[in-house]
Design a protein around this ligand. Structure first.
Ligand code: MG
Ligand code: MG
Length: 646
């Protein structure tokens, strides 16, 4: 499989784009005419730059408003084409994209368009060039790939072929099965893009909100399965117009793009075993069985608030590392690692972010296979020196540069806690257990423009699905929240994209310099019993305003006795068609980290999103008390101190 990406998809000048595209492992690029025009080099020099970067030019585009014109526009269009052919020959590419005419003066007519393309094909053939015809979803007369194919078929010229673009087909809801009857060798190139499912003019959606396959809501996989069925074996080329991508990191977007294509091809290979696709087989998506541990990094001086809240939550110091300043706190099936080393990767994370949860370990069926799959998806494998006799835990670097570990039930990895750690006996100081059983979900916060990258990271490595994006209202702006979860709920992640730093999520990432895990939610079987035990340990929950209980009682028709119990313990409530959800929040630590305790009754599937605005408002009152200067150093102490002593 050859991979390609349009230069328009990423940021930078042409040289920077080519470097990033090449480094991500693409085979080719579509040269978007504008990128080339604004770059100060001749077509010949640009062609050399592309080849020097180890790339080929898969396509030159776009050639607009060509077919079906009356004179004199028709003659001028052919003259224009000859000029573009000159440029293409100097660049060293043989394929031009002709997109369907959007001009008001275009006359329409399948045969007229076919005749024009046939003549263009003759002219192209004389120079050893080819033209591909693409239906734009907003074309004046041709807006459907079926009509574009009919024109190409009637043009009946070996230098004239069809260009398919998933966006144009899918945004108009055209049945992708209609692609299956097109001969693969008549398709000159396939362009791929996804987009969110929003009611919006297709042209505007296309120009601003396209995304990598898998990041949006369009059935790009179905489209690609149909393409594969035709026998098409040319490049898969990304053509993504997206405002955030064009302003984002060229390296990140290029890596995402390549990952999205490898992931898509792997899905097609698994779903269409009868179709031979030229792709390297890779391990199957990792089955996510939960979180084995979350690792915090801190220092002896700064560790007080964290250790104190862990104790209040009922975590017991269970074991200490044999050779390092690393401590295991445990309750139920939850392992919290606290790392106070003064060297290694954890310490570098501490120097950048301060005290934070910087890594987590995923339980999978086969850790080595999961890392190999990630590597084949272009994810960097993480290696760190281990001491003699200590375990090597397979790991990769995440989007933000953190670490994701993988553990499985194989010999060695199954008993990481026995190999590297020495148990600590219980003692007088051992806290009361509070009934926390397992990690229900981990909430990660990131800049909104990095949300798609994280989404693709998880969806491509693991066997997980996403649920629709939800907007959460923070008094200072919106936070976009996207859930990624395994089908059985064993691993649940909420990804929160902060648009600005005045939201709680935005404040957290700004003040922790991109730290990522913002809250851990623990599951209990009985939140009222847990709340009672927490009280004994000295826990003071986040204070929820009285208005909340009035509202929730009315909204759900709750028994006043139940809402009284919730009010007393600071518990929040939600319900869906399957069951009930109870939530209890800790105050914030540092710049916005917190713990959550949840009880899922029956089959409740959500995360209490309707409660998030109440929670955020309460946390912000706590983190940034009115009248206090927005100085982070003073707040860190005051916020934490107040939260833990109240
Ligand atoms: Mg296109
Ligand atoms: Mg939560």
């Amino acid at each position: 499989m050859k991979t390609s990406i349009a230069t328009v998809s990423i940021s930078g000048n042409l040289k920077e784009k080519l470097e990033a595209i090449s480094a991500a492992g693409f085979d080719g690029v579509e040269i978007f005419e504008n990128d080339f025009l604004i770059y100060d080099a001749s077509p010949r020099e640009v062609g050399r730059m592309v080849r020097d970067a180890g790339l080929e030019i898969t396509l030159f585009q776009p050639f607009r408003d060509f077919e079906g014109m009356p004179e004199p526009q028709r003659g001028r269009a052919f003259d224009r084409a000859e000029r573009k052919f000159d440029v293409m020959q100097a660049l060293g590419t043989d394929l031009m994209l002709v997109c369907s005419n959007v001009s008001d003066v275009a006359l329409g007519g399948i045969d007229r368009a076919a005749a024009d393309l046939r003549e263009l094909g003759d002219r192209a053939a004389r120079r050893g060039l080819r033209v591909g015809y693409e239906a734009l979803a907003w074309g004046r007369h041709i807006s459907d790939h079926r009509d574009a194919w009919e024109i190409v078929r009637r043009a009946d010229h070996r230098s004239v072929g069809l260009i398919l673009d998933s966006f144009h087909t899918l945004v108009r809801g055209i049945d992708v099965a209609t692609i299956r009857s097109i001969p693969g060798d008549r398709i000159f190139i396939v362009q791929l893009a996804d987009a969110p499912m929003v009611a919006m003019d297709p042209l505007y959606l296309s120009r601003h909100f396209r995304s990598m396959p898998g990041e949006g809501d369009l059935p790009v996989l179905d489209f690609m399965r149909a393409v594969a069925a035709t026998g098409y074996d040319g490049p898969l080329s990304l053509e993504i117009f997206n405002d955030q991508f064009r302003g984002g990191s060229a390296k990140l977007i290029s890596n995402d793009g390549r990952r999205s294509l490898v992931f898509l091809a792997d899905q097609v290979r698994r779903l269409e075993p009868g179709i031979s696709m030229d792709v390297t087989p890779m391990p199957e998506p990792a089955r996510a069985n939960g979180v084995e541990f979350v690792e915090f990094v801190t220092s002896e001086e700064e560790s007080g608030p964290l250790l104190s809240i862990l104790k209040i939550l009922g975590f017991r110091l269970h074991a200490t590392h044999r050779s390092k300043q690393v401590f295991l706190y445990r309750q139920g099936g939850i392992n919290i690692v606290v790392n106070m080393e003064r060297e290694g990767f954890a310490y570098s994370a501490y120097l950048v972010h301060g005290s934070c949860a910087y890594a987590m370990a995923f339980k999978v069926d086969d850790a080595a296979a999961a890392v190999e799959r990630a590597r084949m998806l272009g994810v960097e494998v993480f290696e760190q020196a281990v001491g003699p006799g200590e375990l090597h835990i397979p790991a990769v670097r995440t989007i933000s540069g953190g670490v994701a570990y993988f553990v499985d039930a194989s010999a060695g990895l199954a008993n990481i806690w026995d190999v590297d750690f020495t148990p600590v006996p219980t003692h007088d100081d051992t806290p009361v257990e509070t009934g926390l059983k397992r990690i229900d979900h981990v909430a990660q916060t990131m800049r909104a423009d990095e949300l798609p990258s994280w989404l693709l990271f998880y969806l491509s490595i693991f066997d997980m699905r996403k649920t629709p994006l939800v907007d959460i209202a923070d008094p200072a702006g919106l936070v976009r929240s996207q859930v990624v979860e395994s089908a059985d709920g064993a691993l649940r992640l909420t990804l929160n994209g902060a648009e600005n730093r005045r939201t709680l999520a935005g404040h957290f990432i700004a003040e922790s310099f991109g730290s990522n895990i913002q809250h851990l939610a623990f599951e209990t079987n009985d939140i009222f019993v847990t709340a009672q035990a927490l009280k004994v340990n000295g826990f003071s929950p986040l204070r929820v305003p009285e208005n909340y209980y009035e509202d929730v009682e009315a909204r759900f028709g709750l028994d006043p006795a139940l809402s009284d119990r919730m009010r007393e313990a600071g518990i929040l409530y939600d319900r869906d068609d399957r069951g009930e959800y109870f939530q209890l929040y800790s105050p914030v630590l540092g710049e916005g980290f917190f713990f959550e305790i949840v009880q899922r009754a029956d089959q409740y599937r959500g995360y209490g999103a309707p409660n998030a605005p109440f929670r955020i408002a309460a946390q912000k009152r706590h983190l940034l008390p009115e009248g206090m200067p927005h100085d982070s150093s003073s707040q860190r102490i005051s916020a934490t101190g107040a939260g833990l002593k109240e």
